[in-house]
Design a protein around this ligand. Structure first.
Ligand code: UDP
Length: 474
């Protein structure tokens, strides 16, 4: 189990974006939480410090939690590939799929428990009785019993789920239930449709994650910075220049590493409209569907380019399927005609330095004319919130948390059937053909992101959970 460093961030920074009243509320909520916790710590446990929405959300949130004076920590469990193959299978089941098609029986329970035995020994060195332990997602569910035995209040936060349960999702829940049922004090889900029926409603909250408007992923960038970063990494044929960004600790830095890019011919021209989807290489994100819709409906109608971007595949420890999915995308790309391959780039973003990676994602989302999130299932979809904050129209599937974020026709376009390539292509063309509509959706998106997706709202809801699980000071 590894500790992840968290630096306190002064909440007064929020005033520039959300105004003094919301900032004041954040500070008072922090004071209330400190009083409730009365010296106890809040310890977050998940399975990766980089890549994917949970790591992103924790990086964004915990600095501010520290900034309001709450003692919070973040530890990451370690496991071997067999453990992560089982947990990814559970994850895929909760999304309603079969994943790699393997079992979730006794052998898988034994494998799962075996890894968590050594992690529970580490956990005992990281917590004190009375602390609040927040376990994230299926990978850490098996630690609930240990955390309870150590005298902690236990919260399990689940970031995945499916809108309409099916046999696969039920099988996934049956696998997890024995690890959670008797040990979890409070559950948190990202969507009200996700909890299985056995989760008690009075001990369950729905909380959306948030994004950090100041970190390298979302901080403002000039057009010159965006162009210089994307030119340097190999995605744009633009002008070289200052490829700078500001790190979370306030120090200046620059993007040095480049992307691995699959493409035919030179990089995209700066003036050409760009459609962008940034996701882990995961079947649920349907990168191939985006490419096919783009090839069939967008290429014949306008000159836009498409960039499908994800992390280099060795980088996300708890996601063993990334390499295979990237290979499938590459195969699908290779089978496209030359004229399509010239206009579709598959980019693997360097992950060695996650703040540099974030700056590249930031530049991509800012350069995009439209951001897509054509997921087949989705927990929340932070990439949607990130694009919205940057004033970008998002074309997203009407699944999971994407439905909560996009108000159709006002802050983006929702695709009712995620498999409808025709409708997806038409939505893109509709925005590309109407600059006024593009601007209106983008402005609406930014307003909504500021209203609902920033850390102050998130923290306020968290404090409600802490109130619910920590016994009052005697
Ligand atoms: N992300 C990133 N680099 C990449 C690919 C993705 O930083 O190369 C980030 C992305 O910007 C977002 C997160 O990973 O913050 C993905 O979160 P989301 O909720 O969209 O999906 P999840 O991965 O949790 O399924």
């Amino acid at each position: 189990m590894q500790d992840v460093a968290i630096s306190a961030i002064d909440p007064s920074r929020f005033a520039d974006v959300v105004g003094p009243e919301r900032t004041e509320l954040l500070v008072t909520s922090g004071e209330r939480a400190r009083a409730v916790l009365d010296g106890r710590s809040v310890v977050n446990v998940n399975s990766t410090a980089t890549g994917g929405g949970v790591a992103e959300m924790l990086h964004a949130l915990l600095g501010y939690v520290r900034g309001v004076g709450i003692d919070t920590r973040w530890v990451v469990i370690e496991g071997d590939p067999d453990f992560f193959a089982v947990t990814k299978r559970v994850h895929n089941h909760l999304y309603g799929g079969r994943g790699d098609g393997g079992d979730l029986g006794e052998a898988e329970h034994a494998l799962y428990q075996q890894t968590l035995v050594s992690e529970s020994v580490s956990l005992a060195t990281k917590v004190q009785p009375g602390d609040v332990v927040i376990l994230h997602d299926p990978q850490t569910a098996g630690l609930a019993e240990d955390a309870k035995r150590l005298g902690c209040a236990v919260v399990w936060r689940c970031h995945v789920g499916i809108d309409t349960p099916n046999d696969n999702s039920r099988r996934g829940w049956e696998f997890l239930r024995p690890y959670l049922d008797r040990f979890v004090d409070h559950y948190v889900f990202t969507d009200a449709r996700f909890p299985p029926p056995w989760v008690p409603q009075d001990r369950c909250s729905v909380i959306w994650p948030s994004i950090d408007p100041f970190g390298p992923k979302n901080q403002p960038m000039t057009d010159e910075q965006v162009e210089a970063i994307l030119t340097h990494v190999g995605i744009l044929a633009g002008r070289h220049g200052e490829r700078s960004f500001i790190r979370t600790d306030g120090s200046p830095s620059r993007v040095d590493r480049c992307c691995d890019v699959f493409r035919t011919g030179p990089p995209a021209d700066v003036a050409t409209p760009m459609i962008v989807q940034v996701s882990r290489w995961d079947a649920m994100k349907d990168m191939i569907g985006v490419m096919e819709a783009f090839a069939r409906f967008v290429v014949p109608n306008c000159d836009a380019e498409l960039v499908l971007a994800g992390p280099v595949v060795s980088a996300v420890a708890d996601d063993p399927e990334g390499g295979a999915i990237l290979r499938e995308c590459w195969e699908a790309w290779r089978q496209q005609p030359h004229a399509v391959r010239q206009r579709v780039q598959l980019a693997c973003l360097p992950m060695h330095d996650i703040e540099e990676n974030a700056a590249i994602v930031n530049a991509l989302q800012r350069h995009a004319t439209i951001v897509t999130q054509k997921s087949l299932a989705e927990g929340f979809g932070l990439t949607v919130a990130e694009a919205m904050l940057k004033g970008k129209p998002v074309v997203g599937s009407a699944v999971g948390g994407i439905v909560d974020q996009i108000i159709d026709q006002e802050t983006g376009l929702l695709l009712q059937d995620p498999n409808d390539l025709d409708a997806f292509g038409s939505a893109i063309i509709r925005i590309l053909d109407d600059r006024e509509f593009e601007r209106r959706l983008g402005d609406g998106a930014r307003r909504r992101a500021i209203e609902t997706h920033l850390g102050d709202t998130h923290l306020e809801q968290w404090i409600g959970v802490i109130d619910a699980v920590v016994p009052p000071v005697a």
